[in-house]
Design a protein around this ligand. Sequence first.
Ligand code: GH3
Ligand code: MG
Ligand code: MG
Ligand code: MG
Ligand code: MG
Length: 312
Amino acid sequence: FAETTPQSVILAKIIELCSTEEESPYRVLVVEDSLTASKSIQRTLQQSGIESLAVMNPSEVLTGLRSFQPDMVLMDMYMPDCTGVEATRVIRQHAEFLSTPVVYLSGDGDMALQVDALRLGGDHFLTKPFNPVFLNAVVKSKIERYRTLRRSMLRDGLTGLFNHRTAKERLATAVNVAGNTHGRLAVAMIDIDHFKTVNDKYGHPMGDEVIRSLAWLLKQRLRKGDLVGRYGGEEFLVILPGSDAEQAFDVLDRIRRDFSLIRYTFEDTWFDTTFSAGVSQFFPSTNAEAMIKDADEALYDAKNSGRNCVVA
Ligand code: GH3
Ligand code: MG
Ligand code: MG
Ligand code: MG
Ligand code: MG
């Protein structure tokens, strides 16, 4: 977005980029050249609490997908500029929308056309006039599956945090935003101290428990716009848009202290554990890779200065 964008809009955009998709209402992009039809579809979806955006022209589909971030597309078949099938082909050419469900909603009940539409990237075919209850049932079931699939692709199974790949992708986005808006951005790399000893003394399941508890603590303590991923086994990448290294240090150091206070009970004894963290911050002409490298170097310093500390 442009450099003239007001600060509040930029912040809203950052929060939107970083917030979790899971709890938000279902969203459908309605592609339909008839205003009467799209109004009726949107009213039906609204009755199930489903949010929608209608576009009347297939040329607006990609913009709609990018700005509205829908969970699926309800696609008309016959429109002035191109058919629904052609619009779907364009959608499928973009990797990020490869698995977005496309459900056709067309007045044409011709079986050969329906089969063709499904063969060319569609997920389902409904005919008009539609039954509102059935339409909403199809939309909900498609979206539920899509969100489950997306979740398993984007997140780590043990902790529910973003996985390595997603965390790196989100960092690249955050770096672009910081670059375009002259905004602040900090990252932190966290690594649990002497974690091999935890596994050796108390077993792997207990080690998993420690990883999960740190993930939970991070989720509790970070702000809405912050983002955390499980970068490796017992390594976590924290992305803090709008923060500089000093602010990130303060946040991370409080979390470090609180993590060190957690007592884990094991058989008739207990133990505690600590982490070290390295912080780096955004500056013009840096990139995601360099920010991670800087944070890693700071983490190395933290380990060398005795662990259980944060280095910025
Ligand atoms: P340091 O303070 O230098 O970080 O020492 P460390 O023992 O933590 O060393 P390092 O970070 O190299 O070791 C990470 C260990 O974490 C190695 C591996 O066995 C363990 N680990 C990695 N992933 C998992 C996991 O998912 N569960 C459990 N229980 N252990 C894991
Ligand atoms: Mg039409
Ligand atoms: Mg490690
Ligand atoms: Mg470690
Ligand atoms: Mg302690």
